[in-house]
Ligand binder design. Structure first.
Ligand SMILES: [Zn+2]
Length: 131
């Protein structure tokens, strides 16, 4: 979910507002992946579970997307993904360092290790469950 208020805030950012919007969308699509493949039941085993691990999964996969994009377009401002995720979500999503670390790990999974999406999704689950 991306509301108009958030969209306006992102578009008002002084640097790479378009990439900031893409970062949020990549994070949200990662949540959809976690629901569609059933990983959400491991990430948040009960309705009372903290969403932290699900958020770490989504941040990791957002970073993965940034890494894939950077491979295609070397000038892609991938660092915006880490700064954008750190600005939003509140304490349930983790602090800025935790969020940045998840984005960075996902980025490296794509950019250096060049994992395919299915392998990256499994790696994201392992990462999130280890946090
Ligand atoms: Zn989220």
């Amino acid at each position: 979910m991306l509301g108009l208020k958030l969209l306006k805030e992102l578009l008002a950012l002084p640097e790479h507002p378009d990439a900031a919007v893409v970062a949020v969308c990549a994070h949200e699509f990662a949540h959809i992946v976690s629901y569609s493949n059933g990983y959400i039941s491991q990430l948040t085993p009960t309705p009372q579970s903290s969403p932290f691990r699900a958020e770490q999964f989504a941040d990791y996969m957002a970073g993965y997307f940034a890494g894939r994009r950077k491979l295609d377009r070397p000038d892609f401002p991938a660092a915006v993904f880490a700064t954008t995720t750190g600005m939003y979500g509140g304490y349930t999503h983790g602090n800025a360092k935790q969020r940045g670390d998840a984005v960075q790990e996902g980025f490296l999974c794509a950019y250096r290790r060049k994992l395919e999406p299915q392998a990256a999704i499994k790696r994201a689950l392992q990462f999130a469950l280890s946090e």
